[in-house]
Design a protein around this ligand. Structure first.
Ligand code: WTA
Length: 633
């Protein structure tokens, strides 16, 4: 599946466009199927309907686990580094991971889980998180992992939307010096969630918890029961290629987060293929992705993609800056990491600690680097290249999305000539196109426009859970017959792609997607807020910061306290990741006569670019702009 030269890439790419079905069929033949497909692809972007490998039967966990047992059973599948460096790390070989997944799959069955059930997972970054995810897939249950930083309200919203009947969590987690009482957050969420029948709780932090009789059970007790039942195996449920594998909620420009749905066959083929090809993974290499399994990067490139390829994947519970800003480098040295895949925000944050932290660290094992989640600025690119890669490691800048399932535009390590800040070229099978506002294709090079994809790829989303129409309007209705990414993009004179950032009302804060409407809704729930408008502004470390303009007559009591109260409200409603960096109190928002907030103006003010606000003549009350400009933070 790996292309070995740039010429080969060009040939393979051409074939993938001319004969996409043949191309993907050849790739799919590298995987383990219980039954092969009747048809490679059936699609239209109108409804949309996308079906890959229709009629095929498989279980993704047989590809991630069973098929490695014979020759690579003793190869480490997961190397786990705990939050506290004083605690022992753990290694799970493919054989051990297989056994634990089967065991926990039986725990799920004992607790009433069946094929098709939706199971929510809210856990720290411990091996049991990967085990829980794979155990769901083993029995054909659909997992919905919620990142450990989300609030009780966000969890409740997701559980209700997916009608989950089981939730898997832990007593608590440690991230740096912070303790997060996961189970207690779950208890708050469950007040609103009658669909949940069982809560399975892993012991991790020994935080005191309240266990409700009949509903809450300990992970360890349940595993013991399975052990005494003496049936360690759990046959893999036979799944249809288009059966749901998981739901992952992500933010859009309007309303509540939507549940992006990925299915078994296409997602498996796509993550496995893109992982091995883009990173040119070689047997024996140690691969370390610093993301959390709670995000798509962790799903596709800590768990599924690498495991389908028999890779050794490092899972890290902590944060890059604790106990000090050298933590990632210590992990690289400790496990002789060969491939390091991280985010620009982490790179910028570590850069800010200065280069002394790097002294004495051994980076010699590294051969390939990767970046994901947001545009990487050139300064960060060069620092990563020189200080970490020592000028000898290609940087694979992977552009993709929760919805795409896997890498779309990305260099292939040691194959694609690089350009700092560029995701470079589409991977085989990916057909990007730039369009103007009217959906007209912008041809040629040295152009920019809105990035769309014009042909399906196996890893693409199939629907948004419970609301197919929302999937259609969000991604397939903006432009006829195209999947719209929401990103702006430049194609330079050489045909290289550089993603310039979102063109919709989605922010990218530290590589996390946050919808402005979601943050506004949370702010507006505060009793002293009349209305608000949220925009992004350039932030040195986070890429983008959250800037909130808030109309709050009640602020006069104590402005600073109101500001903190609002931040607290956002943390409670969404989670700390969405907390505004700046809150400016204003007497009114700039609106058109029809009542629409002119975000363009607010964006400029937030960016500090007030000299040229453009046309304000359509504003209902132009004076408000002057006031906002003067009070800008
Ligand atoms: C942005 C994360 C520039 C982009 C995998 C996209 C990037 C959004 C890159 C998806 C990159 C992701 N260069 N921008 N290499 N990778 N993005 O769904 O705006 O959390 O639309 O998926 O992140 O974020 P998501």
């Amino acid at each position: 599946m790996q292309v070995k030269s740039f010429e080969e890439y060009q040939q393979v790419y051409r074939k993938s466009v001319e004969q996409p079905e043949q191309f993907w069929e050849d790739i799919a033949n590298n995987f383990l199927w219980k039954k092969k497909w009747d048809k490679v692809l059936d699609w239209n972007f109108k409804e949309p309907k996308i079906e890959w490998f229709k009629g095929a039967k498989l279980n993704i966990t047989e590809n991630c686990l069973d098929r490695h047992l014979e020759h690579n059973g003793d190869t480490p599948a997961i190397i786990w580094e705990p939050n506290d460096p004083a605690e022992d790390h753990r290694v799970l070989t493919y054989k051990q991971l297989h056994d634990k997944v089967c065991q926990f799959a039986n725990v799920l069955k004992n607790n009433g889980a069946k094929k098709g059930d939706r199971i929510c997972i809210y856990m720290p970054m411990v091996p049991e998180l990967a085990i829980a995810v794979l155990a769901c897939a083993r029995i054909g249950a659909v997992h919905s992992v919620v990142f450990g930083g989300f609030s009780a309200q966000s969890i409740a919203d997701r559980i209700k939307d997916a009608e989950c009947n089981i939730i898997i969590t832990a007593d608590g987690s440690h991230r740096g010096t912070k303790e997060v009482p996961l189970k207690s957050i779950i208890d708050d969420a469950l007040v609103q969630c009658p669909s949940i029948q069982k809560v399975i709780v892993l012991t991790r932090s020994h935080t005191p918890v309240s266990m409700i009789k009949g509903r809450d059970v300990w992970w360890e007790d349940e595993v013991k029961k399975v052990e005494t039942q003496g049936n360690p195996d759990c046959p893999a449920e036979e799944m249809d290629a288009e059966d749901m594998l998981f739901i992952l909620y992500t933010s859009g420009s309007t309303g509540k987060p939507k549940g992006v749905v990925h299915t078994c066959g296409g997602y498996m083929v796509y993550t496995g293929y893109t992982f091995t090809n883009a990173f040119q993974y070689q047997p024996g290499e140690v691969y370390f992705c610093t993301a959390d399994i709670g995000w798509i990067t962790g799903h596709s490139y800590i768990a599924y993609g690498p495991l389908t390829q028999g890779a050794t994947s490092v899972l890290f519970e902590g944060i890059p800056t604790w106990p000090d800003a050298g933590r990632l480098w210590d992990i690289v040295e400790k496990f002789k990491v060969n491939i390091l895949y991280t985010a620009p925000t982490a790179i910028r944050s570590l850069m800010s600690f200065g280069d002394d932290v790097l002294n004495g660290k051994d980076f010699s094992s590294l051969t390939k680097l990767g970046s994901v989640g947001e545009p990487i600025n050139e300064e960060a690119w060069h620092w990563f290249d020189e200080k970490i890669g020592k000028g000898k490691c290609p940087i694979v800048d992977t552009w993709w999305q929760t919805e795409t399932g896997g890498f779309m535009i990305s260099p292939i390590a040691n194959v694609t000539p690089l350009k700092p800040g560029y995701a470079t070229l589409p991977l085989p099978g990916v057909q990007p196109i730039l369009v103007d506002e009217n959906g007209k294709e912008i041809e040629g090079n040295g152009v920019s426009g809105n990035l769309c994809i014009k042909f399906p790829w196996p890893g693409m989303l199939r629907t948004t859970y419970g609301d197919h129409e929302r999937c259609r309007t969000t991604y397939f209705a903006t432009y006829d017959n195209l999947y719209f990414t929401g990103d702006g993009c430049l194609r330079d004179a050489d045909g290289y792609y550089r993603i310039t950032g979102r063109v919709d009302d989605v922010l990218n804060v530290s590589g996390h997607r946050i919808g402005t409407a979601e943050v506004e809704n949370a702010i507006n729930m505060h009793s002293s807020v009349v209305e608000s408008a949220v925009v992004g502004y350039p932030h040195d470390i986070k890429g983008q910061g959250v800037y909130a303009f808030v109309v709050s007559p009640g602020k006069h009591g104590n402005e600073e306290l109101t500001r903190k109260d609002i931040m607290m409200t956002v943390s409670r409603i969404i989670g700390a990741i969405a907390r505004p960096d700046k809150i400016q109190f204003v007497s009114g928002l700039p609106k058109t006569r029809s009542g629409k907030i002119m975000r363009r103006i607010l964006r400029k003010i937030a960016e500090g670019d007030t000299a040229n606000l453009g046309d304000t003549s359509t504003l209902l009350d132009p004076a408000v702009v002057e006031e906002i400009k003067e009070g800008a933070l």
